[in-house]
Design a protein around this ligand. Structure first.
Ligand code: BG6
Length: 473
C-alpha cells in the first residue's frame, strides 16, 4: 500500500488560498495525514498564504482536520507536528513587492536548514487570480530553486485551467513563459483516485479483455458522475462554470481517455501521456449542427433560488454523446454525463458489451469509482434446480473486501506526494487540457446562445431523460 511510500525529500510547500474551501476540505486533512504517517521530511515546511488576518488556531478551528482518519479522531501529537510545520503568511497577492519578501522567507528557511529544498507553489485559487500569481512568481525568480540543478521549483494548479479554449490557451502561454512543462503539475484529483489508476492496470494486465476492447464487441461506453449534493454555496464559482466545464471537460474526459487509449509503449509517465493525448485528439468535437442531438443539459429545480438569479442559464446536469474516430472505436458511442442534486452519489464507468443472436443480453463491466470502489461484471447464469431459467448475476471485486484495507491514500495525499517527488503520471498535461477544451467548445458555444433546451429536473431525481436514440440501458 502507498502508505509505505518512501519518505519525501525536504520541500517548502506554499499554498495560495489556504483559507479556501479546497484547502480546508482536502489539502489540510491530506497534509495532516501525511504528517501523521511520517511521510513528509522533517525539514518540510508549509506556508499558507492568506489575504486576511487569520491565526493558525482560527484556521484550524474551521476545519475537520482528521476526516481522512479511520476513526475520524485527531492524534494530538500529529496536530502539534503539523502546526509546527505550518505558518500563515498574510500577502497581497497582486502586489509585486510581496513576492520579494516571499523569496526572502524561502531563502531564510533554506539557510536555517542549510539545504536547498524543492519549492512547491500550490494554487488553490480561482483562475483569474492564478495568472498574475504565476507571472509574479516567475518575475521574482521563484520559478527556480536555490541552486541550479539542485531541487526544483514546481507549480501545482487546480482546475479550471481557463474558462474556455481561448482563455486556457492564454493561461498555458503565460505559464510557459516562466515554468517549463516538467515544472507544472495540473491537478485532476480523479486521476489520483485508486479506481481510476486501476483502469490501465485492469485493461493491460488481464489478457482476457484485450481482444474484446473494441467496436466489434462493445456496444457503448458510459462514464458518469452523479452527485447528490448541490453546489454547496459555491455560487460565484458555479454560476460561471456549470456542469460541463466542472466535471466533463476535466475529470470525465480524462477517465474516458484512460478507458479508450492504446497501451503505452513503455511503462513511463511520458509514454502514458503520449498515448492518452493521441486518443484525446481522436475524440470528435461535437459538430455545432449536432449539439442538439448529441448533448443534454439540465438544471435542478431549486437552483435559481439558490443562486438568487432567476435568469441563470447555468447547467447543473450535462451529458454528451461522443465519437472516437479511430479504427478501434469507430461507431461506438461514448456517453459522458454528470449532474448535481440527483438521487445518489454514483461515479461509474460502464462498458456495455454487444449481445449476439444466441445470447441476446448485454454483459456489462462496471468500474465503480465511488462509492464502494470496485469492479463488477454482469453475467447470465442458470438458476439452480430443475429449471433451465437464466438469470442475471454479478462477479464482484470490491476493494474493501479484497484488501481489507486501512484505506488507501486520499487523492490529495497522492497528488502532494507525487508533486514533491516530481512524478507526472497522475497529472494532466497542457496538450490534454487543450484537447478537452477543443472537444467541448462547440457545445459551450451553442449552449451560451440560448437557454432553450435547459431541462428543469427535480432535486433528488435521476435528472433529465436522455434521448431514446442514445439507446442507453
Ligand atoms: C470537483 C468539482 O472537481 O469534483 C465539484 O468542482 C465536484 O463540483 C467534485 O463535487 C466531485 O469530486 P468527487 O471526488 O466527490 O467525485
Amino acid at each position: 500500500m502507498e502508505h509505505t511510500a518512501p519518505k519525501l525529500e525536504p520541500a517548502i510547500i506554499v499554498i495560495f488560498g489556504i483559507t479556501g474551501d479546497l484547502a480546508k476540505r482536502k489539502l489540510l486533512p491530506a497534509l495532516y495525514h501525511l504528517v501523521k504517517n511520517d511521510l513528509l521530511h522533517d525539514k518540510t515546511e508549509i506556508i499558507g498564504v492568506t489575504r486576511g488576518q487569520m491565526s493558525m488556531n482560527e484556521l484550524l478551528a474551521t476545519i475537520e482536520l482528521c476526516v481522512n482518519e479511520k476513526d475520524g479522531i485527531c492524534d494530538p501529537v500529529a496536530v502539534q507536528k503539523l502546526k509546527k510545520k505550518l505558518r500563515l503568511r498574510k500577502m497581497e497577492v497582486t502586489k509585486s513587492s510581496e513576492y520579494e519578501s516571499l523569496l526572502e522567507e524561502l531563502n531564510a528557511i533554506e539557510d536555517s536548514f542549510k539545504v536547498c529544498m524543492n519549492r512547491l507553489f500550490y494554487l488553490s485559487i480561482p483562475p483569474n487570480v492564478s495568472q498574475p500569481i504565476i507571472s509574479f512568481l516567475g518575475k521574482h525568480g521563484l520559478n527556480k530553486s536555490c541552486q541550479h540543478n539542485k531541487a526544483k521549483s514546481r507549480l501545482l494548479s487546480e482546475k479550471p485551467f481557463g474558462y474556455d479554449y481561448k482563455s486556457s490557451q492564454e493561461l498555458m502561454d503565460e505559464t510557459k513563459k516562466y515554468f517549463k512543462e516538467d515544472q507544472i503539475f495540473r491537478i485532476d484529483h480523479y486521476l489520483a483516485k485508486e479506481t481510476v489508476q486501476n483502469i490501465l492496470s485492469f485493461r493491460f494486465s488481464n489478457p482476457i479483455f484485450q481482444p474484446l476492447w473494441n467496436s466489434k464487441h462493445i456496444d457503448y461506453i458510459e462514464v458518469m458522475a452523479n452527485e447528490k449534493i448541490g453546489i454547496e454555496g459555491r455560487v460565484k464559482f458555479y454560476e460561471q462554470i456549470g456542469a460541463l466545464r466542472d466535471l466533463i471537460q476535466s475529470h470525465l474526459l480524462q477517465v474516458l481517455a484512460l478507458v479508450a487509449m492504446e497501451q503505452p509503449d513503455e511503462n513511463s509517465s511520458e509514454s502514458l501521456h503520449q498515448s492518452k493525448v493521441k486518443l484525446m485528439a481522436e475524440i470528435q468535437a461535437v459538430p455545432p449542427n449536432k449539439v442538439v442531438a448529441d448533448s443534454v443539459r439540465g438544471q435542478y429545480d431549486t437552483y435559481l433560488q439558490e443562486v438568487d438569479n432567476s435568469k441563470s442559464n447555468t447547467e447543473t446536469y450535462a451529458a454528451l454523446r461522443l465519437q472516437i474516430t479511430n479504427k478501434r472505436w469507430a461507431g461506438v458511442p461514448f456517453i459522458v454525463r454528470t449532474g448535481k442534486g440527483l438521487s445518489e452519489k454514483s461515479t461509474k464507468i460502464r462498458i456495455v458489451f454487444k449481445p449476439t443472436d444466441l445470447a441476446p443480453h448485454h454483459n456489462i463491466l462496471t468500474f465503480r469509482l465511488q462509492p464502494d470502489e470496485g469492479i463488477e461484471l454482469s453475467l447470465r447464469v442458470k438458476k439452480p434446480g430443475y429449471s433451465t431459467e437464466i438469470q442475471p448475476a454479478e462477479m464482484d471485486f470490491s476493494y474493501k473486501r479484497t484488501f481489507n484495507a486501512e484505506g488507501h491514500p486520499d487523492a490529495y495525499e497522492r497528488v502532494l506526494v507525487d508533486a514533491v517527488r516530481g512524478d507526472h503520471t497522475l497529472f494532466a498535461t497542457s496538450d490534454e487540457v487543450m484537447q478537452s477544451w477543443r472537444i467541448v467548445q462547440p457545445v459551450l458555444n451553442e449552449w451560451s446562445k440560448a437557454s432553450d433546451g435547459l431541462n428543469a429536473y427535480s432535486s433528488g431525481s435521476q435528472g433529465p431523460k436522455l434521448p431514446e436514440s442514445w439507446k442507453i440501458l
